[in-house]
Design a protein around this ligand. Sequence first.
Ligand SMILES: [Zn+2]
Ligand SMILES: [Zn+2]
Length: 263
Amino acid sequence: MAPPLLIDTHCHLDFPDFEAERDDIVARAAEMGVHKLVTICTRVRRFDTILAVAEGYDNVFCSVGTHPNNADEELDVTTDDLVRLSAHPKVIAIGEAGLDYFYDTQKPEDQKTGLLRHIGAARETGLPLVIHSRSADEDMAAILRSETGKGAFPFILHCFSSGPDLARVGVELGGYISFSGILTFPKSEELRAIALTVPRDRLLVETDAPYLAPKPFRGKRNEPAYVAHTAHVLGETLGVSFEEIAAVTTDNAFRIFSKMPRS
Ligand SMILES: [Zn+2]
Ligand SMILES: [Zn+2]
């Protein structure tokens, strides 16, 4: 029997970790039912490389944006640039952009400047903004509140590892919450408790590969096929079958990534 269909909503297939075996990795994902992959842009300057990866496979799509840890390198990237680049049929999201106060390398002002430009692009295009938020719960909640007040835009809090307040605000403002392999770690009880509070129709799963491999691969290189393990734990947490959580998260992914074709 074929495994239930899943979508890895966030991976980094352009990273050198995958260079030599990208074909195998996409094939292994398909064997596990992971039939669509979204490879996420972290530098607009590398957009051509990411787009080439997406164009290389029928079932791989991509985003365009600047990761907050690269914010100061791309302060020249405008909302218009993002809107223009996102017109390509393979580009189905804006980001990842956001706030990362865990690593002390980028000024918060630069990260905010970038984030606001990405929000502008998401609002203008209707494509979902993939938000990276780490150790920045209060600022992120405040920005999401004030910016959605100026005009709604679709968004995903990716690799969710923040507290319950940001999850609540995100859901309240129409956002989706995406869980990575962190959900499977034994110490992630708080995160699993948060997952229980998220409405079913806002849940997503992702790998963030090559980072954050789920149990039982923790500490090893992650790859899209492993999203099945995170989905399994999410189902267990919610008390639903693997088949059901796969169907729910896949359906949610197609809804939020509305530009991604179902076939
Ligand atoms: Zn991220
Ligand atoms: Zn990422």
